[in-house]
Design a protein around this ligand. Structure first.
Ligand code: PHE
Length: 460
């Protein structure tokens, strides 16, 4: 009993401003930055897409992020309880529960992909990332449909996440982020440098940055919007949960702006790492898992063929970078459910983290097996279980939770309460408050509604 009382009094918190920024940016910077953003830029008009994307981050992503921060810090508890506290119970609490569920469901399948990254580190280390383009294709096809290996890697990466999470917010998440994020930036810069020095690298840079106005249409806008939300970890409970560990002094708007900038910069740098190398060897890049697990290992090998050691090192560093990016995102996803179970079931952090690790590992294992190891038995309506998780979380739950969060903050919560959190109880000027309220009240919900209808094919 005494322990429980103590736990209630002393809520965990991040120890420093840098910790807040690096941990939350760690959640945002993930696979999405590397495997989707660069390609979408190239396909959707280059520099123009980047400008639209940055506009989406500034005027839609950041206000949504601030809204989740407000709910989380106000509630000082897991996402479900935070929404319930802010609304005084009632149906609005459901948004919080849905956020937790989204975070929980995504953890398992995100861990599968993170697990592949670990396998590729291993493969790079023992020199298996060498061969013909077909070799890389077969390698990935065999790995993803293997019944044992990817499941094992999923369990390993979730085990690593567990070890960090069980150490708590300050000694686990914050410490790990403070080590992993700077390492990630350094690796990124090294690979960008190597890639941009290759012959014909400028072609790749042009592909990314050359404005092509003919490609602009409403789809480009929706693509940028969807990508900015996913990339900023919006509507998965992560931002809300982390914000419950922010201090009363944390400037929510400033933090959201800084995190948005870091996330966008990493996405652009990821493009500068991928396109110059791809164009220098004349391979046309694509997106999704095939970009990072098939095209890129081949590109790095060919691009640095004259200095094989460099090819070996770059491929290794690339997968270490990718694993770090995935791990910091996975930590935030894991924390959503851990905080939920810990507080709702009144159990210790360790136990809660263990429950999450085991259950998400089971989900992950099923997702992984659905990719071929068990034939078609886990394919429903033409989509594997893996794709279903991706679809339901990313395309259904994310827009619904995002939309309802904006409606909740913009229309339901008294503006005085929102203002207090926005200005840290009047200690900040809060110059943008009215603009922020205007965005979450009207613009963000409408924009989210458009992506949602578009994704469902109801809006062309
Ligand atoms: N933002 C992460 C990425 O870009 C994905 C993610 C979404 C992570 C939601 C956590 C929560 O890959």
């Amino acid at each position: 009993m005494e322990n429980k009382e103590m736990a209630k009094l002393e809520r965990a918190s991040f120890g420093s401003r840098l910790g807040v920024i690096l941990a939350t940016a760690g959640s945002a910077v993930g696979l999405g930055n590397v495997w989707r953003f660069p390609y979408m830029t190239g396909e959707n008009g280059g520099a123009v897409f980047i400008i639209i994307y940055v506009g989406c981050v500034l005027f839609l992503g950041i206000p949504c992020m601030v809204s989740e921060f407000i709910v989380g810090r106000h509630g000082q508890s897991n996402t479900a309880r935070a929404f319930s506290k802010m609304s005084g119970g009632g149906p609005w609490s459901l948004i919080g529960y849905m956020g937790v569920l989204t975070g929980f469901l995504i953890t398992g399948y995100y861990a599968v992909v993170a697990g592949w990254c670990l396998q590729y580190i291993w493969a790079s280390l023992i020199g298996h990332m060498r061969g013909t383009p077909e070799y890389f294709q077969t390698y990935f096809a065999e790995l993803s449909s293997d019944p044992v290996k990817p499941v094992l890697w999923t369990v390993i990466i979730l085990g690593m996440t567990y070890l960090i999470i069980e150490h708590g917010v300050r000694n686990g998440i914050e410490k790990a982020s403070k080590m992993m994020m700077p390492t990630l930036f350094i690796l990124l810069l090294i690979i960008v440098g190597a890639s941009c020095m290759l012959p014909n690298a400028t072609k790749g840079i042009e592909f990314m940055f050359k404005p092509d106005l003919t490609k602009i249409n409403s789809n480009v806008f929706l693509a940028a919007l969807g990508q900015s939300f996913y990339s900023m970890s919006i509507a998965m409970g992560c931002l809300c949960t982390y914000a419950s560990y922010f201090s009363k002094q944390t400037n929510l708007t400033m933090s959201a702006v800084q995190i948005g900038i870091i996330d966008s910069m990493v996405a652009i740098l990821a493009g500068l790492m991928i396109f110059p190398a791809a164009f220098s060897v004349g391979v046309s890049p694509d997106s999704g898992p095939s970009l990072i697990f098939i095209t890129l290992p081949n590109v790095f090998q060919q691009a640095f063929a004259s200095i094989p050691v460099l090819g070996y090192v770059i491929s290794l560093l690339f997968f270490v970078l990718l694993s770090l990016a995935a791990l910091t995102s996975l930590m935030s996803l894991h924390e959503v459910s851990t905080a939920f179970f810990q507080e709702e079931l009144m159990i210790t952090r360790k136990k809660a983290a263990l429950v999450v690790t085991i259950t998400t590992a089971v989900i992950g294992a099923f997702c992984s097996l659905s990719l071929g190891a068990v034939g078609d038995s886990m394919t429903f309506f033409g989509k594997s279980l893996f794709d279903w998780f991706d679809f339901i979380t990313g395309q259904i739950f994310l827009p619904i939770v995002g939309f309802l969060t904006c409606i909740f903050i913009g229309w339901f919560v008294p503006h005085k309460v929102v203002h207090d959190e926005f200005t840290n109880w009047g200690t900040l000027r809060g110059r943008f408050f009215h603009f922020y309220i205007f965005l979450v009240k009207y613009i963000c919900p409408l924009a989210i509604l458009f992506i949602f209808l578009h994704q469902l094919g109801l809006l062309k």
